[in-house]
Design a protein around this ligand. Structure first.
Ligand SMILES: Nc1ncnc2c1ncn2[C@@H]1O[C@H](COP(=O)(O)OP(=O)(O)OP(=O)(O)O)[C@@H](O)[C@H]1O
Length: 423
């Protein structure tokens, strides 16, 4: 059975934007259980044939989730793989029924969910557009009205009479997104499938999403593009293991999640170190640790504040278990939400060196710190010359930068003159 791209949930008008204090989606105590069937080995199946052929296991993809979404908001659902984001989005869209709890929706809801959902593979693009529209309750004449626009936006005119089973993922998403946004929904649910579209199409989709926002419509977006969440959303919800771990401002949510990813990376690094220590061929860099990273002025004093364009020195302090000439030391800057901005390391700088066992400091001079007004995280890392990173201090220091007065943004680019010529 095909899943409708658009559901007439709540029977909304599909046109007027709802006032902002109206809750359009109310998820209350929602849990979703999947039953996983694990095939046993052939031997087990033969031995236990009389009892059961399959082994069943319950898996809770969502646990007691509460979420209210107001009209006119753009909410990002973020979190690690398998956290339950898509399951929650499908539950909101009415495509999955919760095992317990309730979901209430208001207004017409359009959903762009996983690849394969929404379209019937044996039907052509044209037939699928009409099928989806009829599922929504639109007449053929109404569908005729927006058909050309859908096809033009999708950019796949040539293939509109081809069965969708022959579509590439990108073509599929182009048509699916186009249908979803042209049927005048109050609420748009978008799963990360947009990422399979090429860059120009993704830009077009983002433009359309911004237009939706300007119209006061509601958008729920699942994505792994954390910078996009900060850019587009006014609220972000972090899901982890099927529960809401954070709900708030996008910059705070992405910082929280990046912190979790760093903690996970550190746990992985630790496990890799332990594994390396157990093998005889453990690299000599295995136990290297970044103790601190600081930004200094040329006199060697630590800077908490700097001006854009200042010469600075990054100082990384290391603990190394044994003498090594195999180390790469790196430093970098990121925004407070964790978006990486810049980095360098001693290998990129063509500088190989050796350090003795124990504590050492490595200083990297930078001619000018060209960043705009704001606060930045400074990180330090150590890696093997031809191997993986062995340790990283994600937030060694925060530095406040006073950028060029006449410019805004992350880059510290100083504007000089304005020339106006009259023709
Ligand atoms: N139909 C299903 N049957 C069994 N398990 C499922 C089903 N759908 C999802 N799951 C499981 O539920 C968990 C949550 O899946 P979901 O797709 O919602 O995660 P996600 O956060 O969207 O992940 P990703 O970022 O990888 O897309 C996963 O462990 C997944 O394997």
């Amino acid at each position: 059975m095909t899943t409708p791209l658009v559901t007439p949930a709540g029977g909304g008008s599909g046109s007027a934007a709802a006032p902002e204090d109206v809750t359009v989606i109310e998820v209350a105590g929602v849990s979703k259980r999947f039953v996983i069937h694990k095939d046993k080995s052939l031997k087990e199946r033969v031995v236990n044939a009389a009892r059961s052929r399959r082994h069943r296991e319950d898996f809770w993809a969502l646990r007691d989730v509460d979420l209210s979404i107001q009209a006119g908001s753009t909410v990002g659902l973020i979190g690690p793989n398998g956290a339950g984001k898509s399951t929650l989005l499908k539950t909101i869209g009415g495509i999955l029924q919760p095992s317990s709890g309730t979901v209430r929706r208001r207004g017409r809801l359009a959903a762009l969910l996983e690849l394969g959902a929404g379209f019937h593979p044996d039907l052509t693009g044209r037939e699928n557009v009409y099928l989806n529209a009829s599922i929504l309750g639109l007449s053929t004449a109404q569908t005729d009205g927006f058909f050309d626009e859908i096809v033009a936006f999708s950019g796949i005119e040539e293939f509109i009479d081809t069965q969708v089973k022959f579509y590439s993922s990108g073509m599929y998403v182009r048509l699916a997104f186009s249908v979803a946004v042209h049927v005048d929904p109050d609420v748009l649910l978008v799963d990360e499938v947009l990422a399979v579209g090429d860059e120009p199409f993704q830009r077009k989709c983002m433009d359309r999403i911004r237009r939706f926002q300007a119209d006061g419509r509601t958008i729920v977006l699942v994505t792994h593009a954390l910078d996009q969440v900060v850019d587009v959303c006014d609220r972000a919800v972090v899901l982890e293991h099927g529960v809401i771990a954070f709900d708030g401002a996008p910059a705070d949510a992405t910082r929280y999640l990046r912190g979790e990813y760093v903690a996970q990376d550190e746990a992985n690094l630790e496990a890799a170190r332990e594994r390396a220590a157990e093998t005889e061929e453990a690299p000599r860099t295995a136990g290297a640790r970044v103790v601190s990273v600081r930004v200094l002025d040329r006199e060697g004093y630590q800077l908490q504040e700097a001006s854009s364009g200042d010469p600075v020195t990054f100082e990384v302090t290391l603990d190394v278990p044994s003498r090594s000439d195999d180390l790469v030391v790196g430093v970098g800057l990121a925004t407070l939400s964790g978006q990486g901005l810049w980095g360098t390391n001693t290998k990129l700088m063509g500088r190989r060196f050796s350090v003795d066992a124990g504590r050492s400091t490595v200083r990297l001079d930078v001619a000018a710190l060209h960043v705009g007004t704001g606060q930045y995280e400074v990180h330090g890392a150590v890696a093997a010359w031809d191997g993986p990173e062995v340790d990283r201090l994600a937030r060694g220091q925060i530095i406040t930068v006073d950028g060029p007065e006449a410019s805004a943004g992350i880059l510290g680019i100083e504007p000089r003159t304005v020339v106006v010529e009259h023709a």
